[in-house]
Write a protein of this length. Sequence first.
Length: 148
Amino acid sequence: MQDQKLGFIGLGVMGEPMCRNLAAKSRGSSIIAFDLRPEPLARLATDGVAGARSIAAVAAAADIIFLSLPGEAEIRAVCLGENGRGRGLVNLARDGQAIVDCSTAPVALARELAAALPTTSSTTASSRCCAAWRPMSRTAARPAPARR
């Protein structure tokens, strides 16, 4: 991940240590993060993580965005915008950008988010992001084959 700009949204119990670990192991990459609370941003500043004032600022700056959010409602708010009508990541994603959701979420939500992204090459939405959500949504519900 040399020289890539990494973003992180959601710095709670799991997200903050994940972001700190990413900062420690991603030498040469800059990291920008956002959370509704200022405290984790202040703590992560000592690890070289820049704080963002909004989701849009992370989307504008990062090549890869990691999400660690508490549940479906928060994932919807971040990805689709408040009440599904805002400037969420689905609207802010740009070509070549990847979004990695580390949250625990229903498979149906991954399918919905994949469908919400335009898939034509003439759009500004990230084909890599859409491609990442689609395979996860197709395979996450299938159990692994039983070993005999």
